[in-house]
Ligand binder design. Structure first.
Ligand code: NDP
Length: 617
């Protein structure tokens, strides 16, 4: 056999799919909150510490900058780093990276909580491995290693030169008389940039549940993206949190962050409460240390091949005879299907037949994961509460070898807050759940990030105006309108990395790399042609958006059926211009024909060489 099915995978006969569908629906419905996104408060004013402060690098005062530059890259995470790398590769200099953080790294700068690892195969996730010669030490490698690697690439490509850290952009205005962007910052800078590349990230603004009484709590409270090691003890490389030995600790949330963190808090806190609204699904990790003998076998081009294999496994389907090189939770459904196709020698199937088998496998995999809970958690009631009842990938699937076992510890308690659709209340001394007050010393919010809230909340620029003072927030109100996913009409010389209206690759960093390559090409071509501005025409943009929508796979039913979360705008639909329900999907609008077809679309356009659809002046 080329691929092996997951051990313990039940057959379709062992599960009652119609009953499960009903259960999924019930579990979703009782979690949908009428306030949708409005249940969360912004990290401003009294909550500003959750966003504005930097617990890792002291903020130094500096003189305000007033200058003209060629390009400003807003953001120094993977997307900003990729933009800088591709600009250098295209021979373009004269740019500055501007970031709110104290260094490069983005989410890997801010997130330093104990147990932080990459949940994706690091040989796929980390960019430029063949070029830099770097090899992560583990398949799911540690957060600090990713941060250090990101910073080493920034150093290698000289991105530190001119970088402005601890700098928050407050306004972006296109100045017609200068034919430049005016960038104002909270630090008093006035930068006039010919081009702006927005690379401000997908997980940049911590999301805070607006729990009644949140201001009343007198103990320590922080978001996991601003870890307080002074309070807990230990550090990121050695998270021995011995200062928690006499502390009662609560964590809010059981998403991907909490799954990694819970085993550490369970180990060190005197008493530990896990406040769960919706359970995650948690598989075995199967992490491994990088084998130097395996590394020696790798041939040039291996990373692109591995990434393509992962993409097919996670998002499309394996080719006949193709082995799953990754074998993780992301590729499981397709790996099992490939194994059964081989075992049972399936004939060619129609798309509908494939989708039906995919759906059935989805139910079987989720059942396997629920049985996994029973096999580890000893208390039956706790085990029942930890079982996820929704379709695979309605929430981010996770893997961890210690999460479930943590609930067998005598000092750890699972508190289900699904009845009250979240934590009921905070008080001076702790929290209230299911009518009972629990006293704690510290509450940690593993409550995620603003992913599908309105753009002005996520970008945070008070002003963002293109030609004629037209606001970007009005321009993209409700739906993106882009050309190739990276430019928009009315906003000359503005490029966006990270947002999606086009092909989607399962390794996020591949998307950033390819979008950056495209942006660098356009800027370089515009310069070569002596143009001061470059902007898509309205007609070209309309044509592109129509093409994406005509080819898009309609995911509405799947999104709607999912349990609420940031994947589906908290289960609340928007209303489109025709009055129809439209679900905001966190991954944006995805090109139906797939990633390879999208790469060809961009490559063909570049090869054509006439910048068709762009207006140069
Ligand atoms: P999530 O948004 O996934 O989870 C937030 C958690 O907080 C959920 O369990 C949510 O419950 C809970 N919550 C929100 N409001 C309340 C409330 N009022 N009361 C109780 N609970 C509440 O955030 P994460 O930080 O876990 O993950 C965010 C993303 O970060 C991931 O999806 C992933 O993209 C990324 N990540 C990546 C990692 C990697 O290795 N690459 C590792 C960790 C995170 P509910 O589900 O009911 O809304």
């Amino acid at each position: 056999m080329i691929n092996e099915k997951s051990p313990g995978l039940p057959s379709a006969d062992e599960i009652d799919i119609p009953a499960l569908k009903k259960k999924y629906e019930l579990e979703r419905d009782r979690r949908i909150r009428k306030e949708g996104q409005q249940q969360y408060v912004q990290p401003k004013a009294e909550f500003a510490e959750a966003y504005e402060g930097d617990p890792y690098t002291p903020v130094k005062s500096r003189a305000a900058v007033s200058e003209e530059i060629e390009i400003a890259i807003l953001g120094g995470g993977w997307s900003g780093i990729m933009a800088g790398v591709q600009l250098r590769k295209a021979g373009i200099d004269g740019f500055r990276v501007i970031d709110h953080a104290g260094d490069f790294g983005g989410v890997w700068y801010w997130n330093r909580y104990p147990g932080l690892q990459c949940d994706n195969d690091a040989y796929c996730y980390l960019p430029l491995l063949e070029e830099t010669g770097f090899m992560p030490t583990k398949k799911f490698t540690d957060g600090w290693e990713i941060r250090e690697y990101a910073q080493s690439i920034a150093a290698q490509y000289n991105l530190y030169e001119g970088a402005l850290f601890h700098t928050m952009v407050s306004a972006l205005r296109w100045d017609e008389s200068l034919q430049r962007w005016r960038i104002s910052t909270q630090q008093g800078d006035e930068i006039r940039a010919r081009h702006v590349i927005l690379a401000n990230g997908l997980l940049n603004i911590p999301k805070l549940p607006g729990i009644p009484g949140i201001n009343d709590f007198k103990g320590r409270l922080f978001h996991t993206a601003r870890w307080d090691y002074d309070y807990t003890g230990g550090d990121q490389k050695n998270p021995e949190m011995n200062k928690l030995a006499n502390k009662r600790v609560a964590i809010v949330g059981t998403g991907a962050t909490a799954i990694q963190l819970v085993p550490f808090l369970g180990k060190y806190a005197k008493h530990f409460y896990v406040l769960q609204r919706t359970p995650s699904c948690v598989d075995t990790r199967r992490n491994s240390v990088t084998d130097p003998e395996w590394v020696k076998t790798l041939k040039p081009g291996w990373q692109a091949e591995r990434r393509a294999n992962f993409h097919r496994g996670a998002n499309e389907s394996f080719l006949r005879g193709e082995k799953d090189l990754i074998c993780d939770i992301w590729t499981e459904v397709n790996r099992n299907l490939a194994a059964e196709r081989e075992e049972q020698d399936w004939p060619e199937l129609t798309l509908e037949e494939i989708m039906a088998r995919y759906e059935e496998m989805d139910f079987r995999v989720m059942e396997r994961l629920r049985r996994r809970v029973d096999s580890i958690v000893r208390d039956k009631q706790t085990a029942e509460l930890l079982k996820p009842y929704y379709r695979y990938q309605c929430k981010r699937p996770t893997s961890n070898d210690d999460f479930y076992d943590t609930f067998n510890r005598p000092n750890v308690e699972l508190i289900d807050v699904s009845e009250s659709q979240g934590v009921e209340r905070l008080t001076e001394n702790g929290f209230v759940a299911n009518g009972k007050e629990y006293e704690v010393d510290c509450i940690m919010f593993a409550s995620g990030y603003e992913v599908t809230s309105d753009l002005d909340r996520r970008w945070g620029f008070e002003v963002f105006e293109g030609r004629g003072g037209f606001s970007m927030y009005d321009n993209w109100n409700g739906s993106y309108k882009t050309f190739h996913g990276v430019m928009t009409h009315g906003f000359p010389n503005l490029f966006v990395i990270g947002l999606n209206q086009g092909g989607l690759n399962s390794s996020l960093t591949v998307n950033f790399e390819e979008q950056s390559r495209h942006v660098a090409y356009i800027i370089q071509q515009a310069k070569e042609r002596g143009a001061t501005t470059v902007e898509p025409t309205r007609t070209a943009q309309d044509g592109y958006v129509q093409h994406i929508r005509d080819t898009a796979v309609d995911r509405t039913e799947w999104i709607k059926a999912c349990t609420p979360g940031y994947f589906n705008n908290e289960g609340k639909p928007d209303v489109d211009e025709n009055g129809n329900e439209k679900y905001r999907f966190y991954l944006g609008e995805i090109y139906g024909p797939g990633w390879d077809a999208f790469m060809k679309l961009l490559e063909d356009w570049r090869q054509q060489g006439d910048l068709d659809g762009l207006y140069l002046q």
